[in-house]
Design a protein around this ligand. Structure first.
Ligand code: GLA
Length: 390
């Protein structure tokens, strides 16, 4: 469904449910992660882009202290009093919204003074690694800050969404998904530095495009694999802090050369985990130079390297994603391919010649079908505008 159609459907459903029009509507897109995997919480670098699919959030104020929230696809409503805004075990979709509302008011939602009616609807495929949850948080954050006249900059809003993930959804994520949704631009990449929390945009041109290939392997980051990877990175950073003669707070501060020289004494699994974000940071910085020179093939090669590093060191790939990347490698019009996002399922991001998109999708689908019996979903993704009020 087109984004405009989703918007119109949401507004119509809102009116039917609440008997009035929304006073504010906000939109936030999903994201693709292009290069730089699991670097955000290591204070490193990432290339990402906002995608052309997203979520709308419509809201209107209430005179009483009650929140009424409806998932527009299920038409399921939950209600609670301001002071009872909390993490819930049922209808868990509400946690992304409730968590964002809770932290928008610094953990004291009763301070909002009055309640609201809200409804959301979007078209980001769930479990695809395209950050549908961050999109929901960011459209909630934009809509409710407008509704209450709360003024916060984009980095603060991104951090509010991240806190909602940590405390209400149970995923200790970095800031990548929320920041990409907010800072995305049409036709460009977002280059993020998660130490300084600065976000640059880099034009991509129309000679290349991204293709997302969604495997049918389920992607869930709250089952502990993501958290254990993050912990291994933090432990490895603490180890290098004790070994190196310059300040180390995160793996951002360690180079591959230092890893080679000083990894002895680090537990074997931790050593493997650490090498991935360290190498990814180096690949993003090199990739930026290559993009500057217009070297798309060079940039794409770094994407293939990134996937190898996921496969061998971070072990956050899976057979289905490996099949997609291996199939992509054989196609000359694919410049690069890698898993995108947390991993353990979800989607691969391919850098492709857009003129060959159909041929690429057919070749990859055929190999995937031969291996697993079903087909992946392939879609050309134009880097698109970031979150905004409608
Ligand atoms: C998920 C997390 C992000 C980031 C990526 C991996 O998408 O939500 O914060 O860590 O995985 O790069």
């Amino acid at each position: 469904m087109l984004n405009q159609e989703i918007h119109d459907e949401l507004v119509a459903k809102f009116e039917k449910q609440y008997g009035e029009k929304p006073t504010v509507v906000a939109y936030a897109p999903g994201r693709i992660e292009v290069l730089g995997n699991h670097t955000d919480y290591n204070e490193g670098f990432v290339f990402s882009a906002a995608i052309d699919k997203g979520t709308f959030f419509a809201a209107a104020p209430s005179a009483d202290d009650v929140v009424r929230l409806t998932a527009g696809d299920l038409m399921k409503e939950v209600t609670y009093k301001l002071a009872d805004c909390a993490k819930r075990d049922e209808d868990t979709w509400q946690n992304y919204v409730n968590g964002t509302f809770h932290w928008l008011f610094d953990g004291e939602p009763a301070k909002a003074g009055h309640g609201w009616k809200g409804m959301f609807l979007g078209n980001i495929p769930l479990g695809a690694g395209l950050s549908s949850s961050a999109a929901l948080e960011m459209c909630t954050a934009l809509a409710l800050s407008k509704l209450y006249g709360v003024e916060k900059d984009k980095v603060t809003l991104a951090k509010i969404g991240q806190k909602a993930e940590h405390t209400f959804a149970g995923c200790p994520c970095g800031l990548l998904d929320q920041a990409s949704s907010l800072f995305g631009v049409k036709g460009g990449l977002v280059k993020s530095d998660f130490r300084s929390c600065t976000f640059e945009t880099v034009p991509l041109g129309d000679k290349v495009a991204f293709m997302m290939v969604k495997s049918n392997a389920k992607h869930a980051l709250v089952d502990g694999a993501y958290a254990s990877r993050r912990k291994a990175c933090e432990d490895a950073a603490a180890f290098f802090k004790g070994k190196l003669r310059h300040p180390v707070t995160h793996l951002r501060d360690v180079t591959t050369a230092e890893w080679v020289l000083y990894k002895e004494g680090l537990d074997e699994t931790q050593a493997k985990r650490a090498l991935h974000p360290i190498g990814e940071d180096e690949r993003v910085l090199l990739g930026a130079q290559l993009l500057d020179k217009g070297d798309v093939a060079g940039f794409g090669a770094l994407m293939f390297d990134s996937h190898e590093s996921s496969r061998n060191w971070f072990e956050n790939s899976c057979a289905e994603l490996d099949t997609i990347v291996d199939a992509a490698k054989k196609i000359p019009e694919v410049y690069g391919a890698r898993l995108s996002g947390g991993g353990f399922g979800g989607s691969c991001c391919l850098l492709v010649d857009p003129a060959a998109a159909d041929k690429i999708a057919a070749a990859i689908s055929a190999e995937y079908k031969a291996a697993y019996g079903d087909e992946p979903t392939c879609a050309v993704i134009p880097p698109s505008e970031g979150a905004h009020l409608v």
